[in-house]
Design a protein around this ligand. Structure first.
Ligand code: UD1
Ligand code: CA
Length: 426
């Protein structure tokens, strides 16, 4: 992230229990396309320094964060969002004079662009405290933004504390804030828990700022989807759907043909070039790169770390993992390719298996197929094997040794014909 992010430290609130998930896994570790909700939030933060507040399921959350280059702060008891933020203060340098960006660990759809614009807005306004808000048709459940006679934000009222009149306000608190560390953090100690939930609400910081003569501002975003919070398994499925749709829309905008977006699943980590066609029921997870002019599917499964060159065909019931496929190669039917480097103009027949895993030694081995190789149907390639240019593997072969260019490889038992065999049985 650029403008203004240098003097920003993010605090991600992730200590809540997530009771409604009904799960032994902490809420923020539930995954969308194999990345935890919290991981998506961290991605949106780019290179902003962050402190993650952990609590429920602390060990698991901290284990996940171990290699993420973030600090963590522990909130032993979940006394509310205001209390959670004060727990993070110990991890922020005393002489810090920038802004704190507060967001929640359960909003995986927030984007770097929106956070960047929010930071720019906050800096331009020279605001001591900015709240990201949105207008909802059905604001039920959210904190409401209360404005004074001049249209300035004066406080946030939680659903459970709303008067009938306040409940009709459509502008809601998204739970994303930017606050001037030096001016606002000292006010955290003034937050009280005299509300209907007996919690220390971070939202009370707004009226406290006003009381101290500091004018908060509100940054209203149009795309509410971005701050959609995941609280239940239903929400998790909804967030998955939105994230998938958003990425497929991006791919279509750049020229990828997706025949049936509602029945196609492509991780945002996968990049696909224009003029590739993705047929229905493909599941493409993790990081992959697919060049242009390919035909993928129907019903293909790319599991990650795959690079597919131009003009390839990856057909039905083909599973690929950790594979590089050079241009104009066909892997058209019922095949598993794991841990392989495959040249260009290769043809892999139906029902080919790359046996890459030894379940005794637990080792995975790689295979190499040079340009022009042809694999006959129902063959097994027991890794590691290396096949030279234009090598030809006959159908039904179990390849256990490498072979030179232009060779025929065949392990087939000779065909026998026993004449009149049927009659002799009668
Ligand atoms: C909060 C806001 C509400 C806003 C909504 C937006 C408050 C009081 N209310 O409500 O105005 O409209 O978010 O989604 O802030 N957490 C902790 N420690 C705690 C409590 C919560 O870390 O003690 C974390 C949770 O893990 C979660 C986040 O803070 O990631 C928000 O908490 P949650 O209980 O979901 O707040 P909401 O009721 O959604
Ligand atoms: Ca929430």
């Amino acid at each position: 992230m650029n403008t203004g992010s240098k003097n920003t430290i993010a605090v991600v609130l992730a200590a809540g229990k997530g009771t409604r998930m009904k799960s032994s896994t902490p809420k923020v570790l539930h995954e969308i396309f194999n990345i935890p909700l919290l991981g998506w939030v961290l991605k949106s933060l780019g290179d902003i320094e962050s402190v993650i507040v952990t609590g429920s399921g602390r060990e698991l959350v901290e284990a996940y964060l171990e290699d993420k280059n973030v600090k963590t702060a522990y909130q032993a008891e979940q006394l509310g969002t205001g209390h959670a933020l004060s727990c993070a203060v110990s991890q922020i340098p005393d002489d810090f004079s920038g802004n704190i960006l507060v967001l929640c660990g359960d909003t995986p759809l927030i984007t770097n662009e929106t956070l960047t614009s929010f930071i720019k807005y906050h800096n331009r306004e020279e605001s001591p405290l900015s709240v990201m808000t949105s207008i909802l048709d059905n604001p039920y459940g959210y904190g409401r933004i209360v404005r004074d006679g001049f249209g300035c934000i004066s406080k946030i009222v939680e659903q459970k504390d709303c008067t009938q009149e306040q409940a009709e306000i459509n502008e809601i608190n998204t739970g994303v804030y930017l606050l001037n560390y030096k001016l606002i953090v000292p006010l955290l100690s003034e937050i009280k828990n005299n509300n209907n939930q007996g919690e220390y609400y971070l939202t009370d910081i707004i009226s406290l700022a006003v009381k101290h003569g500091l004018k908060p501002s509100a940054y209203c975003i149009k795309n509410f989807e971005e701050v959609f919070g995941v609280n239940s398994k239903q929400d998790l499925a909804a967030a998955f759907k939105i994230m998938n749709a958003r990425h497929i829309d991006y791919l279509m905008t750049k020229g990828v043909t997706v025949c049936d977006p509602n029945n196609t699943y492509i991780s945002p980590e996968t990049e696909i070039e224009a003029d590739t066609i993705v047929l229905p029921s493909c599941y493409i997870e993790n990081k992959n790169y697919i060049a242009s002019g390919c035909k993928i599917g129907p019903m293909a499964h790319l599991r990650g770390n795959c690079t597919i060159g131009e003009g390839c065909k990856i057909g039905n019931f083909v599973e690929l993992k950790n594979a590089t496929v050079k241009p104009h190669t066909n892997i058209a039917h019922l095949t598993y390719v794991g841990d392989a480097e495959i040249g260009s103009n290769v043809n892999i027949g139906a029902g080919t298996i790359f046996a890459n895993y030894n379940s005794v030694t637990k080792e995975k081995k790689k295979s190499y197929l040079a340009d022009g190789v042809s694999i006959g149907s129902n063959s097994v390639l027991v890794a590691p094997v290396e096949l030279g240019e234009n090598a030809f593997v006959a159908a039904g072969t179990v390849v256990t040794k490498s072979a030179e260019e232009n060779s025929l490889v065949i392990t087939r038992a000779p065909q026998k014909e026993i004449k009149n065999w049927i009659r002799s049985k009668k």
